[in-house]
Design a protein around this ligand. Structure first.
Ligand code: BTN
Length: 239
């Protein structure tokens, strides 16, 4: 499957799989070590946000060799998208930089954190999270792959295995190959967006393209072409 020797340890509940795996990495866990929990009490998201992690979701973290983190997150979004399609037949869009969406609603978030010479890659998938378990402020923007837990006929462990396998496989994949897929799955190309940096709107315009470094190019009417790097900004659709 890959050069990584993968082992996944499952937990019913942890505070954060990323925090747990970071501790394990600092104690010498090798690349390929992965942890999965069915609930997190202190799930962490990008930009210091919390990631609501009730039962019904899948919360995975995997230790990977350090990569240009800018590209690792984009590459991971492609791998997780493939895994979801393989195990559920549901095709997600990718909202730059690494959110997966179905019909414009976020179903998966990804957080990469460096630890020494490795990266803890955390993935939260709303598999069959009941909508009532989402806090009110995200009920309009988040969704589950299966809205009703009773119609979810997918074994969550199969999804975990598919995620881990696809992550391993994409590590050595040619950039041009997965980047084409990333661009093709993008939900933002051609859309009008607000550019948000440090919680402030710093520009707005039309998304032109995603370049070879997975940076987003936005044509702002006042500032001209803005090139947005991963991890520094978030982009919101203008209403
Ligand atoms: C985001 O959308 O802001 C990123 C969310 C990442 C959530 C995952 S769930 C597994 C891992 N553990 C965490 O605490 N966070 C990541």
């Amino acid at each position: 499957m890959s050069v990584l020797d993968v082992s996944v340890t499952y937990f019913d509940e942890v505070d954060s799989t990323n925090s747990l795996l970071k501790e394990m990495a600092l104690k010498g866990a090798p690349c390929g070590t992965a942890v999965c929990a069915w609930k997190q009490t202190a799930g962490r998201g990008r930009l210091g946000r919390t990631f609501t992690s009730p039962e019904g979701g899948i919360y995975i973290s995997m230790l990977l060799p350090f990569d240009e983190t800018m590209l690792l997150t984009a590459k991971s979004a492609v791998a997780v998208r493939r895994a979801i399609e393989y195990s559920t037949d549901i095709r997600c869009d990718i909202k730059w930089v690494n959110d997966l969406e179905v019909r414009g609603r976020k179903v998966c978030g990804i957080l990469a954190e460096a630890v020494g010479d490795k990266v803890v890659l955390g993935i939260g998938i709303n598999l069959c999270t009941p909508v009532a378990s989402f806090p009110p402020e995200i009920r309009e923007t988040a969704a589950s792959l299966y809205a009703n837990p009773f119609v979810c006929d997918v074994d969550a462990c199969d999804v975990v295995n598919a995620v881990v396998r696809n992550l391993c496989e994409i590590l050595d994949e040619d950039r041009s190959h997965w980047l084409d897929e990333y661009r093709g799955a993008s939900s933002l190309i051609g859309k009008t967006v607000n550019v948000i940096q440090a919680s402030k709107v710093t520009g707005s315009g039309t998304v032109l393209s995603i370049d070879d470094n997975a940076a987003l190019h936005v044509l702002d009417k006042d500032k001209g072409e803005m090139i947005l790097s991963t991890g520094e900004v978030s982009v919101r659709l203008r209403h």
